[in-house]
Design a protein around this ligand. Structure first.
Ligand SMILES: Cc1ncc(COP(=O)(O)O)c(C=O)c1O
Length: 401
């Protein structure tokens, strides 16, 4: 039985052949050290108790379908969250809940694109964005993020990628995989391009509260009330509830414009009936309650200390550089080509997996051209991270391609 033609160009390599090999090794009884996925709970970073309690408390009332956009209390909470961030126009009817940001990415892209439409996507990116654009018949056109400038989007390069077919721009801030937190100036520059070329902006801000060293996250939609923005966030990272599959989007900047796109979005939301209802009951408590993430990202907190530790040890390996992440949960490390002659980074991570039973993600899986980057998730406790970096160091010490 052949798969659909439209899947042919769709790639999601970070969960592709490497993960299949990992599965085979596990099936054969090997224990793997997996630092390849931003899933907090397995590392003891549990969903805060009051959030779990609220879901449990509401289970009895969560047995039927909800409004296709999500339950009202959750949409109010999301609207108020964006209002407090300065996106004053957002009302509950501008909010839609989903089964994680992942579902909403596909929905939001699908509602926009015709075959051949182009979307500006960062390179490197969170690869679901490129995959979703391709799945929906569009073309992901990658704009460069400049490693030498802390992985900020290169505005000249962004502008040079715009054609008559460009419909939208994706901004992931704080960024996965680079950990960059974009400056206000950079964001204003991106918004100016969106304004000039009438582009819809997708703002993936799932890591908005995971910032370090005083870095400030600027909510994109608040910087340009006149530009149509679809802002996205969720419970997976900040609230360590990835398994709940709960996220949201909020639209702003559509005043005085056709609602055609929004009607399309509503149609798609209706077609999936509604998002998981029990998990929606977590949203109000999460957004309105004590923000336990703050204790994790300050000095002494687990995420802060793990980032420090992993970054220090990783960059101590000869030939490895890594821009220190200001946000999110990842180190995106560069293997200096003068030290390591790598031409196939997927092979590299499979070899690492087989030799050291350590699972990392390869850079080209994030739609970057050069085959000399690795992404390491720093959710594990420091002793585990030390073990992982030790295994990587031992592996690289003798590795040749
Ligand atoms: C940038 C980014 N966007 C979206 C997602 C998807 O998150 P969710 O669990 O809400 O589907 C992730 C998950 O890693 C991510 O890193």
């Amino acid at each position: 039985m052949k798969q659909a033609h439209r899947l042919k160009g769709v790639r999601y390599d970070i969960r592709g052949p490497v993960l299949r090999r990992a599965q085979q090794l596990e099936d054969a009884g090997h224990q793997l050290l997996k630092l390849n996925i931003g899933n907090p709970a397995p590392w003891g970073l549990a969903t805060p108790e009051p959030i779990v309690a609220d879901v449990v408390h509401n289970l009895g009332a969560a047995q039927g379908y909800s409004d296709a956009r999500g339950i009202y209390s959750a949409r109010v909470a999301v609207a108020q969250y964006y209002q407090n961030q300065g996106v004053t126009s957002v009302q509950p009817d501008d909010v839609m809940l989903g089964n994680g940001v992942s579902e909403l990415i596909v929905l939001a892209v699908q509602a926009l694109l015709d075959n051949g439409d182009e979307v500006l996507v960062p390179s490197p990116d969170y690869p679901l964005w490129t995959g979703a654009v391709t799945l929906c018949g569009g073309r992901a056109v990658h704009y460069r993020c400049d490693e030498s400038a802390g992985w900020m989007p290169d505005l000249e390069h962004v502008a040079a990628q715009i054609t008559e077919h460009t419909r939208a721009m994706v901004i992931i801030n704080p960024n996965n995989p680079t950990g960059a937190v974009y400056s206000r100036e950079t964001l204003l520059g991106m918004l100016e391009l969106a304004r000039r070329y009438d582009l819809l902006v997708f703002a993936d801000e799932i890591y908005d509260k995971i910032v370090y060293d005083g870095a400030e996250h600027h909510t994109l939609a608040a910087l340009a009330p006149d530009v149509p923005v679809v802002s996205m966030g969720g419970l997976s990272k900040t609230y360590r509830a990835a398994g709940f599959r709960s996220g949201w989007l909020a639209v702003s900047g559509f005043a005085g414009r056709s609602t055609d796109y929004l009607d399309g979005l509503q149609l798609l939301a209706n077609m999936r009936l509604c998002p998981n209802v029990p998990a929606q009951h977590a949203v109000q408590t999460a957004l309105g309650g004590y923000q336990s993430i703050e204790a994790l990202i300050r000095p002494g907190g687990r995420l802060y200390e793990q980032r420090e530790h992993a970054w220090r040890e990783l960059t101590a390996i000869s030939g490895i550089d890594c821009v220190k992440p200001s946000g999110a949960l990842y180190l995106f490390a560069r293997l200096d080509p003068a030290f390591y002659k790598i031409h196939d980074d997927e092979r590299l991570v499979i070899d690492l997996l087989e030799q050291q039973h350590l699972l990392l993600s390869h850079g080209t899986g994030f739609n970057i051209d050069e085959p000399n980057y690795l992404r390491l998730v720093f959710l594990a406790p420091t002793d585990v991270l030390r073990d992982a970096v030790g295994r990587l160091s031992a592996f690289l010490g003798t590795y040749h391609q």
